[in-house]
Write a protein of this length. Structure first.
Length: 317
């Protein structure tokens, strides 16, 4: 029987469910989805939690055994990556004869511990939800969009991107922010709602600072930079982000065509090309403008000055 791979939104109750990968937020959403679907069909279903890292022999078989009235059961087993030998033995035995009325969910983050069990579960046709880390902005944005869709709510694309930008290093905070917006905001969630709730509270990344400056939002770039330094952000990631953004801006300079067509040519994702095209056009316009002998700096410098000048001042240069 082949393994079935599903997303956290589409996952359905099955005798064996594997949540594989390091991102606990995705795993938590998958468990919540399974819990809701089990409770929908069986409101009195019994729910049990086990810890594979401190597992006692026979515990899985005890909670998974059919009850007197054959009620469905949901069993969530955490820390599969630290499983005891007892759990490994019981888990292998259970995979060979899983209870059809029980949903057994195993959370395994990473590592080789329990590899034999994972292979056996997959061979038995388990349902797998891949809990990949939300490292990139597009991954976080997709996750946010899925959260709104799962709750039957609409959100502006700019609002989704803003949330992914503000909570660049905190998936837990990102999930909490979406939950708060769903609770407090009626109708479509707009970018203004995100800024009103979290504009001054989110964690600022170097990429958020670079995006603001290259988008021509000088004042916002300075505010984000000061906020980042107040929060203890190392200036090196900021400089790295700026260099990476400028590399894409330079690469797309003078190249006509849609982002999808240029992505492979410049070695960047389509969304990165799209973000770089506007500052590339502004920079080109500034460089082709007739020379001015006034004391006003050229427009292209206005793109970079909001980042470098405050940064150097804060660093004591």
């Amino acid at each position: 029987m082949a393994e079935r791979v599903q997303t956290w939104r589409s996952v359905k109750p099955a005798p064996l469910v594997l949540l594989s990968g390091p991102e606990d937020v995705i795993a938590r959403c998958a468990i919540a989805q399974l819990r809701a679907r089990v409770k929908t069909t069986a409101p009195d279903a019994e729910i049990s939690d086990l810890d594979a890292g401190s597992y006692a022999p026979g515990a899985l078989l005890t909670v998974a055994s059919p009850s007197l009235f054959a009620e469905p059961r949901l069993i969530v087993i955490d820390r599969g990556e630290a499983m005891t030998d007892a759990f490994l033995a019981d888990g292998l035995a259970y995979a060979r004869d899983a209870e059809p009325d029980a949903v057994v969910v195993l959370r395994h983050r990473k590592g080789v511990r329990g590899k034999k069990l994972l292979t056996a579960w997959r061979a038995a046709g388990c349902t797998t939800v891949k809990c990949d880390a939300l490292k990139r902005a597009d991954q976080r944005a997709q996750f946010v969009a899925e959260l709104f869709t799962a709750r039957g709510r609409d959100a502006e694309r700019a609002a989704v991107q803003k949330l992914a930008e503000i909570f660049a290093t905190g998936p837990e905070q990102l999930l909490g922010a979406v939950e708060q917006l769903l609770q407090d905001v009626e109708g479509t969630v707009a970018v203004g709602d995100v800024e009103r709730y979290f504009g001054g509270r989110g964690e600022t990344s170097g990429f958020a600072i670079a995006d603001a400056a290259l988008d021509g939002e000088e004042a916002r770039a300075v505010v984000l930079l000061r906020q980042a330094f107040d929060d203890g952000l190392n200036p090196v990631p900021v400089l790295v982000a700026i260099v990476m953004k400028l590399r894409v801006v330079a690469a797309v300079h003078g190249l006509p065509g849609p982002p999808a067509a240029l992505a492979g040519r410049v070695g960047a994702a389509p969304w990165q090309v799209r973000r770089a095209q506007a500052p590339a056009r502004r920079g080109a316009a500034a460089l082709t403008r007739p020379p001015s002998y006034s004391r006003r700096p050229p427009a292209f410098w206005s793109i970079l000055a909001p980042i470098f000048v405050p940064m150097f001042m804060m660093l004591g240069f």
